[in-house]
Design a protein around this ligand. Structure first.
Ligand SMILES: NC(=O)c1ccc[n+]([C@@H]2O[C@H](COP(=O)([O-])OP(=O)(O)OC[C@H]3O[C@@H](n4cnc5c(N)ncnc54)[C@H](O)[C@@H]3O)[C@@H](O)[C@H]2O)c1
Length: 406
C-alpha cells in the first residue's frame, strides 16, 4: 500500500506545500545615507574612531616600547629625558637609528652597544673576534634589534645603516704589536672600507682614534690643536701612525667626499670586560693583584696617565656622534696619576699586601699623558663623572669573577 502510495505520488497534482516559493525580493542596496545612518546608530562611529586612535598610538610608540633582550623588561628610560650630558636639549630624544659598531664585541664596543640598544637603536656588530669575545654581547643575542656578524673590516662590506661607529682595531700594545702589519692594515684598509661604506649609503661616521696620536708629547696637557711627537718607525707606530692615517682618511672623505665624520681621541679607558692579560696598565695591575702576583711597573713608575671609566667614554662617543662637530675631540679623564699612584689605588681596592716589581721600560712609552678636555666640555657639554676610586671596584668585581672561572 505504502509502495503504491509512493509510486503514485508523482502523478498527483503538486500540493500547495510543494509548490516552488516565489523568489524573495532582493533587499535594496543601502545607499550612502543608510550607511551613515548605520554608523551613527548605537555609537558605532565612536567605537571606530576609538579603535583608530588606539592603533595609531601603538604604532607611534612602538619603537619606545621595544623589549631589551638582556633584561626582558621594557626599556626603563622615560620617553622624554634630560640629556644635559650629551648636550641635546632637555625633552628631546633622538629617533631610533640603524647603527653599525665595528669592533663591537670588544671592551669599549660592547658597552657602546649596550647603550645604543637601551636607547632603542638597532645595532649590527661587525667583529673578527681577534681581541673581542662573543660573551661581551651574548646577552643581546635574542634581541631582534641586534645582529652579530663575524667579518674582518679589511674586507669591504655592504650594510644599510644611518650611523657607523668604527672601533675595530686591536688597542693594547700586546695585541697591536702581535702582528703589526695586520694592525696597520686594519687601520688603513679597514677605515677606508668603512668610510667608503659611509659615503655610499650616506651614513654618519665616527672614528675612535687615540691619545697615541700625540706620541711622547712635548705639550702638556694635550689639546686637540697639538700635532704630536710620534716615532714613525718605532714598534708602536703600526698603531700610532695607523690611527694618524685613519684620521687623515676620515678628514679627506669629509672634505673630498662630503661624508659626515666625527673623530674621538680616546685616552686610557678601563672597566669591566677588558681583556685580562692585554698588557694595559690598569688591567695588568688588577689581574696581578687578584692572582696575588707582584704588580709590574715599567721604568721608574713616574710616567703619568689619566684613567677614564668606560661609561664616561661611551657617553662622550654618543654625544659626539649626535653633535654638529666634526672633531677631533679629546675624550678622557683629566685626573693625572703616576703608575706608582695607580698601583697604590689598586692595592687599597684589592689587597693592601700587594707588592710591586720594577722592570725596564718598553720602547717609546710616553712620559706623560693628560687630556685637555675644554673643547668637549664647551661644545659637547660632556665631562667624565666617575672617579678612579668609584670605577675601579666595578672593574675588580668583573675581573675577580673571570679569574675565578679560569
Ligand atoms: N680602551 C682604551 O683605552 C682606548 C684608548 C684609545 C683608543 N681606543 C680605541 O677604541 C677602540 C676600541 O678599543 P678597545 O679598548 O675596546 O679594544 P678591544 O681590543 O677590546 O676591541 C677592539 C675590537 O675590534 C675587533 N677587531 C680588531 N681588528 C679587527 C678587524 N680587522 N676586523 C674586525 N674587527 C676587528 C676586536 O676583535 C675587538 O672586538 C679601538 O679603535 C682603540 O684603538 C681605546
Amino acid at each position: 500500500m505504502m509502495k503504491q502510495l509512493h509510486k503514485s505520488s508523482p502523478t498527483h497534482a503538486p500540493s500547495p506545500a510543494h509548490a516552488p516559493a516565489p523568489k524573495a525580493a532582493k533587499p535594496a542596496r543601502p545607499g550612502p545615507r543608510s550607511w551613515i545612518g548605520y554608523l551613527l546608530r548605537e555609537q558605532r562611529l565612536l567605537f571606530v574612531l576609538l579603535g583608530a586612535l588606539i592603533a595609531s598610538t601603538f604604532f607611534l610608540l612602538r619603537p619606545y616600547l621595544s623589549l631589551s633582550a638582556s633584561s626582558h623588561l621594557p626599556d626603563a628610560r622615560p620617553l622624554f629625558s634630560f640629556a644635559a650630558r650629551s648636550g641635546v636639549p632637555a625633552g628631546f630624544r633622538p629617533p631610533p637609528r640603524r647603527v653599525v659598531v665595528t669592533g663591537g664585541a670588544g671592551f669599549v664596543g660592547s658597552h657602546l652597544v649596550d647603550r645604543l640598544l637601551e636607547q632603542g637603536d638597532s645595532v649590527i656588530v661587525v667583529d673578527n673576534f681577534f681581541t673581542g669575545r662573543k660573551e661581551n654581547v651574548a646577552h643581546h643575542l635574542r634581541n631582534p634589534r641586534f645582529e652579530l656578524l663575524r667579518h674582518d673590516v679589511v674586507e669591504p662590506i655592504l650594510l644599510e645603516v644611518d650611523r657607523i661607529y668604527h672601533l675595530a682595531c686591536p688597542a693594547s700594545p700586546v695585541h697591536y704589536k702581535y702582528n703589526p702589519i695586520k694592525t696597520i692594515k686594519t687601520n688603513v684598509m679597514g677605515t677606508l672600507n668603512m668610510l667608503g661604506l659611509a659615503k655610499r649609503i650616506g651614513a654618519r661616521f665616527l672614528l675612535t682614534s687615540t691619545s697615541e696620536v700625540y706620541g711622547d708629547p712635548l705639550e702638556h696637557p694635550q689639546k686637540e690643536t697639538y700635532w704630536g711627537n710620534v716615532n714613525p718607525i718605532g714598534v708602536r707606530s703600526c698603531y700610532d701612525e695607523g690611527k694618524r692615517t685613519a684620521e687623515t682618511l676620515t678628514m679627506d672623505y669629509h672634505r673630498g667626499g662630503g661624508v659626515e665624520v666625527r673623530i674621538a681621541r680616546i685616552f686610557n679607558t678601563y672597566g669591566p670586560r677588558m681583556c685580562l692579560d692585554d698588557g694595559r696598565v690598569v688591567s695588568n695591575f688588577v689581574a696581578q693583584a687578584l692572582r696575588r702576583q707582584p704588580m709590574t711597573v715599567y721604568g721608574d713608575g713616574k710616567q703619568t696617565r689619566s684613567f677614564q671609566y668606560v661609561s664616561d667614554l661611551v657617553a662622550g662617543l654618543m654625544a659626539l656622534m649626535e653633535s654638529d662637530h666634526i672633531g677631533p675631540f679629546n675624550l678622557g679623564n683629566p685626573g693625572e696619576f703616576t703608575m706608582l699612584e695607580l698601583a697604590q689605588v689598586v692595592k687599597e681596592t684589592i689587597d693592601p699586601m700587594a707588592t710591586i716589581e720594577f722592570k725596564p721600560n718598553t720602547a717609546d712609552d710616553p712620559h706623560m699623558r693628560k687630556p685637555d678636555i675644554t673643547k668637549a666640555k664647551q661644545l659637547l657639554h660632556w665631562e667624565p663623572k666617575v672617579s678612579l676610586k668609584e670605577g675601579l671596584p666595578l672593574m675588580v668585581t668583573d675581573f675577580r669573577q673571570r679569574i675565578s672561572d679560569e
